[in-house]
Design a binder for this molecule. Structure first.
Ligand code: HEM
Length: 503
């Protein structure tokens, strides 16, 4: 960054106080942790295979695409023109030469990988919500018999303009290829706002609306209290800090048997004697490439709406749009659906369900947002609302995904093009955060007293109950979203990255 250069405010940063962490500390954190780079709408994901990589590949890459740290990103008046982030799978770290004794210290889900048999079942990835023939790429477990694409690392590059992104990504690409790094998959991503300034996913709904608000928990003062619905301890998102269980979020460590000079690149951090902290200021990154069938989504909802309208009565007004909103739980512009006569202001994310909409007359109990973050809505009574809200906040994730593929011209007409969401989320405990959300909330057939229903957006074919007074409606929703591939990655801190580079 040149001194004196003019910058815009990064509107995407969820707060401007740097979550209570000193700016210096952000020098060791990748900027992606703090911000989804909303001012850099164009991005590219490069999935790397390091099998034949030359040893200096990461140094060469960092010379053309420096991995962005958090310092400029947390500054309210600063906005960078481009950014880069990098993360590794377990197989990738092994390919880079990280020893087995260090690999063993990573969390179990990361070591086993997303496609390990039990995880696949729990995540619903051995059913109909996976593309024909099975996932096309993974990190740790080959998923397809034919041509399994093994991903060792994911490089994300971001730019302010589309043309500049092309040049930036091409430069990174050329450097990687020269270093014998294979690029097994490349996806263009964007979060370009539409004419109304809204960032939307492919079905047309505002995305990235609700995010947790991390704060540095020093064990004394408690949360700032500005937003009890979304405040979570920093250790939920960043390894090495106190998490929601008042423990230091654990991460990987490197034992002293390693070469001393290299070992000292790492901080002692929270590591016990004889170890150095590889996890400090890093996090786990969940990546799922989810293909969306936009034509099917809207035509199927047109058909369902027609069926309901034929039933007459107050169903006479039902449209595909009305059903789609109930599937998501918010309207297209991101406003929460509320019971008649009540509302939540646009942009206000500080709300619960228990007292304002206990039966789901506004936002259906089984809708995507209510399952993905039930807030206090699972409390059986008002007295337990606060306890349940705190419990729900033990399972928050920081979403950093973007859409891929062109926006469909006519949502009712399939154009045969591939599009979807590269779902990315950050968390320090994959099992307690991402996997819990997917298994215990999104795919739980008995969620919130419902029976045999799953998330209507990301789940398989099935019913969705739309509670209404006096009668509820039950509609059949289809599978519109399929998993193309995915894996768990480790997004290292900057010092840890230097250590990995030195291997
Ligand atoms: C293609 C797939 C998906 C689409 C199109 C999608 C779409 C949306 C939309 C439109 C919202 C509401 C706006 C917002 O708060 O950002 C939302 C919220 C959310 N989604 Fe998804 N989503 C998808 C997959 C997933 C998956 C796989 C998960 C987690 C396992 C997930 C977790 C969440 C969470 C945590 C929220 C915020 C809920 C809240 O705090 O109120 N989503 N999603």
């Amino acid at each position: 960054m040149a001194a004196g250069q003019e910058y815009d405010v990064d509107r995407d940063a969820v707060s401007t106080h740097g979550w209570g962490l000193a700016t210096d500390a952000w020098a060791d954190v990748q900027g992606l942790v703090y911000s989804g780079y909303g001012t850099l709408p164009w991005a590219r994901a490069l999935f790397l295979d390091l099998t034949h990589a030359q040893s200096g590949w990461l140094t060469s890459l960092r010379a053309v695409a420096p991995i962005t740290d958090g310092r400029p990103i947390v500054e309210p008046k600063v906005c960078v023109d481009k950014a880069a982030a990098i993360a590794f799978t377990g197989a990738g770290l092994a390919a880079m030469g990280l020893g087995e004794d260090a690999l063993r210290t990573f969390s179990r889900p990361f070591r086993e990988g997303m496609h390990q048999q039990n995880r696949r079942r729990r995540l619903g990835d051995d059913g109909p919500t996976v593309v024909d023939g099975g996932p096309q790429w993974s990190g740790n477990t080959p998923t397809s018999l034919e041509t399994p694409d093994t991903v060792h690392a994911l490089l994300l590059v971001y730019h302010r303009s589309e043309a500049d992104l092309d040049r930036y990504a091409e430069e990174a690409r050329g450097t990687l290829l020269a270093q014998k790094v294979a690029i097994v998959r490349e996806i263009n991503l964007d979060i370009k706002p539409d004419q109304r300034g809204k960032v939307r996913e492919h079905f047309g709904f505002a995305d990235g609306v609700s995010q947790p608000l991390p704060y540095l928990d020093n064990g004394r003062d408690g949360p700032p209290g500005h937003d009890p619905w979304n405040e979570i301890p920093l250790g939920e998102i960043l390894i090495g800090y106190r998490n929601a269980h008042a423990e230091i979020a654990p991460g990987p460590q490197v034992p002293a048997t390693d070469s001393a000079a290299r070992w000292e690149l790492l901080d002692s951090g929270n590591a016990p004697e004889g170890f150095r902290d590889l996890g400090l200021n890093g996090t786990y990154m969940v990546v799922r490439e989810l293909r969306q069938d936009v034509g099917r989504f809207w035509t199927s909802l047109d058909n369902q709406a027609a069926i309901l309208r034929r039933q007459g009565g107050d169903a006479g007004q039902v449209t595909a749009e009305w059903l789609a909103e109930r599937i998501v739980g918010r309207d297209r512009d991101g406003r929460l659906l509320c019971p008649v006569g009540t509302s939540v202001a646009e942009g206000d994310n500080r709300f619960g369900f228990r007292s304002r909409d206990p039966h789901g007359f506004g936002c259906p109990l089984g809708s995507h947002v209510r399952r993905a973050n039930p807030r206090d809505g699972l409390a059986p009574d008002e007295d337990s609302a606060e306890t349940l809200r705190a419990a729900a906040n033990n399972h928050r994730i920081m979403r950093r995904g973007r859409k891929f593929g062109r926006v469909i011209a006519d949502p009712r007409h399939d154009d045969g093009e591939e599009r979807g969401l590269l779902f990315i989320c950050l968390n320090t405990d994959i099992a307690r955060q991402f996997e819990f959300v997917q298994q215990t909330w999104l795919l739980n057939p008995n969620f919130a007293t419902l029976y045999q229903e799953r998330d209507p957006l990301v789940g398989p074919n099935g019913p969705l109950t739309i509670p209404q007074d006096p009668l509820r409606r039950i509609v059949d929703v289809e599978t519109y979203i399929e998993l193309v591939g995915g894996e768990y990655f480790f997004l290292p801190g900057i010092r840890a990255l230097a250590y990995l580079e030195s291997l």
